[in-house]
Design a protein around this ligand. Structure first.
Ligand SMILES: Nc1ncnc2c1ncn2[C@@H]1O[C@H](COP(=O)(O)OP(=O)(O)OP(=O)(O)O)[C@@H](O)[C@H]1O
Ligand code: NI
Length: 343
């Protein structure tokens, strides 16, 4: 038994070179994924979740993308220096991806059966008949009715939700050690969603698969996550066990996200918008929207992630040096001049 993490991301920085300037989409993100562990990436739209997932095996178009601070170690192997051929070998075999957009993941000119068999053939030496049998099993596993006949249909003959299931089946074709699933169940109804999540769980139990699960749905996070990574504007704001995050959220951003959950104080989205990824503000990237922000939050770098409890860390100046709660500034008028001081 090895105790090394399955995947270790250290100071990942992924930038895009655009006509308007450099987009710092992911700016110093670090976390580990252990075998059998589900790590959920959460955060508002544009936080850098997808770019983080796609940086692992360099699925991004380079250029415009560039991996600046580049340390991704998968099962002891440095993917930062791995060749393109090696990365292709790992993708779809030991590392499976479910993309946020299923349309882009399927080729309209081939049947879904052909595409799943290709995914198997590329990495396994099996007969055509075996690959076909396996493809049918995979389609059944993700809840496609009459998989034996549906396998010969083309992508356009499937509804959006069905296409998404095909994409999930493809990602699972080679029993990956690591599954990176980007909003995999968003297009699906809750019954199928539950069925797919159950399938992930089974594979986890069977093969000790590690999962990076990207989602907006904090209800799913509460259900499936072991560890939660809260991202905002390319940075990790907080990281901890699912219990830490839901029962003891430390960063004001995490609290604000949780407050948007049904049954909590409000259903309103967090006021304000993400800062420009080209010219992010100094200090904490959340300070312009933070009700706890004080002068010291406006300058310098994003505060380091400081440890609150075993493995529970948050990036907030008010929580440094072992303090484990925020100062009592909420509600204090003009604690944060950006918010207009409670007028
Ligand atoms: N090809 C690209 N060129 C320039 N900027 C990009 C590119 N791809 C992503 N970005 C930018 O990188 C940042 C992070 O995007 P990303 O897609 O990772 O966010 P996300 O957290 O996955 O959001 P969502 O929840 O909407 O999927 C955004 O500011 C986005 O505009
Ligand atoms: Ni995304």
């Amino acid at each position: 038994m090895t105790t090394e993490p399955l995947l270790s991301i250290q100071n990942l920085r992924t930038h895009f070179h655009t006509d308007d300037g450099v987009v710092e989409a992911v700016d110093g993100v670090s976390f580990d994924v252990n075998r059998g562990e589900t790590v959920c990436l959460v955060g508002e739209s544009g936080s850098g979740k997808t770019v983080t997932g796609e940086s692992v095996t360099k699925l991004l178009p380079m250029p415009p993308a560039e991996l600046v601070g580049d340390s991704v170690v998968f099962d002891g192997e440095d993917l930062g220096t791995a060749s393109d051929a090696r990365l292709r070998e790992l993708r779809g075999d030991r590392i499976g991806h479910v993309f946020q957009n299923p349309e882009g993941a399927l080729n309209p000119v081939y049947t879904v059966g052909y595409q799943i068999r290709e995914a198997i053939d590329a990495h396994r030496d099996v007969s055509k008949a075996t690959a076909r049998r396996r493809a049918i099993d995979l389609l059944e596993d993700v809840g496609i009715p009459e998989a034996t006949t549906r396998i010969d249909d083309y992508p356009h003959e499937f509804s959006g939700g069905m296409k998404q299931r095909v994409v999930i089946a493809m990602a699972l074709a080679c029993d990956p050690d690591l599954l990176i699933a980007d909003e995999p169940t968003t297009a699906l109804d809750v019954t199928i969603e539950a069925q797919i999540l159950e399938r992930f769980r089974e594979l986890q139990a069977e093969y000790d698969m590690g999962i990076i699960f990207i989602t907006h749905d904090l209800g799913i996070v509460a259900e499936i996550a072991d560890t939660v990574v809260v991202m905002y504007a390319g940075k990790v704001m907080e990281i901890g066990s699912v219990e830490d995050i839901f029962e003891n959220p430390a960063h004001p951003y995490t609290k604000a996200l949780l407050d948007c959950l049904p049954g909590r104080s409000g259903l309103e989205p967090i006021p304000g918008t993400l800062p420009s990824p080209i010219d992010p503000p100094a200090g904490c990237r959340f300070h312009e929207r933070c009700e706890y922000a004080t002068e010291e939050c406006h300058a310098g770098e994003q505060p380091p992630l400081s440890e609150l409890r075993d493995g529970h860390r948050a990036s907030c100046v008010h929580l440094c040096e072992g303090a484990d709660s925020l100062p009592d500034v909420a509600g204090t008028p003009d604690a944060n001049p950006h918010l207009g001081g409670g007028q």
